[in-house]
Design a protein around this ligand. Sequence first.
Ligand SMILES: C[S@@+](CC[C@H](N)C(=O)[O-])C[C@H]1O[C@@H](n2cnc3c(N)ncnc32)[C@H](O)[C@@H]1O
Length: 357
Amino acid sequence: MSDIDEKQMILYAQMANLVSLILQWPDINLKEIAENFSKLACNAHTVCDGELRPLGTGLYPVISIINHSCLPNAVLVFEGRTAVVRAIQHIPIGSEVMISYIETAGNTMTRQKALIEQYFFNCACPRCVKMGQSDDVIESAILEGYRCKGEGCNGFMLRDSDDKGFICQKCGLLRDKEEVRQIANEIKTLSNKVENLAASDRQKAVHTYKEIEDLQMNLFHSHSINLMRTREAILKILMELCEWQEALAYCRLTVPAYEKYSGSLLRVHGLSQLQFSKACSITVTGVYGGVHPLLGLQYYTCGKLEWFLGETYDAVRSLTKAADILRITHGTNTQFMKELLFKLEEARAEACYKEAS
Ligand SMILES: C[S@@+](CC[C@H](N)C(=O)[O-])C[C@H]1O[C@@H](n2cnc3c(N)ncnc32)[C@H](O)[C@@H]1O
């Protein structure tokens, strides 16, 4: 309990009071209840459906003995209320099975902060031990850093030693700190506005998200996580609005980012900063470790849209990629997977028919 910050402590105390009010037991121990809430936060898992949409919270005693890694060798998925852990790579006998408690597509500082705040530990996984080393700095600069404004340059930027701004590590161009701050403020203002709009006026929300997207394309590296999240938000609303063609365009924009994050992290380990900066237009670090359910789900969305819009051959390609990943992370027995495999068969049959006619 001593590691919990004050805000969290107040929340647990309020929840303990609520329990006390409901139970009305004379000798209830508020401190013990608050402690139990804290233990629950560390050990419980968010129960999701096949498409990783959260449904609630569950406490699974066996699952809660599994430790975290930002480069996990297993994933936790749910089949109804049943929690299932599946290996996403070969796990040698005697090696520890590890899942990720958090979104792994953040930079090391972001991940460490999330783990300390909710789980109270300093992660020492193979990604986190590289904190501050050149490949970790590069990964951070690409995931959450700014882009170079040089024409055609896809370099990543680091803060310059005089603190005037950010220097491109590929072409050496300086980006002024004030300019960056101004765009970041505009993004913040629009982001605050769009949160309320998403529920009340979807058309306006899409318009505002596109303004954010434009600013982020100017500010962030093209493989930035922030840009990818904005595009995902646009995709989600376009699907709700049944704007299928534009939704597909946005889905296709997000897929390369997922793919880039999914390449093996090992690909860039061992490269010098210069070698990497030359290579960075074609290779980005692998924060999803190759097989990640989110990548599979993104292919699935793309495939469904393509098929619906009559782009059968593309649909077969996307659904095949989705099935290749999701049969590893989700198995093949759930209704969700049966539907995916059925759609793939149907798309294949349609492609054969089209080819023959
Ligand atoms: C769900 S429990 C995992 C099982 C726990 N290690 C145990 O022995 O019961 C989560 C807690 O385990 C610890 N933990 C999980 N992964 C860790 C890691 N990679 N390094 C250090 N501690 C970790 C943290 O204290 C965290 O709050």
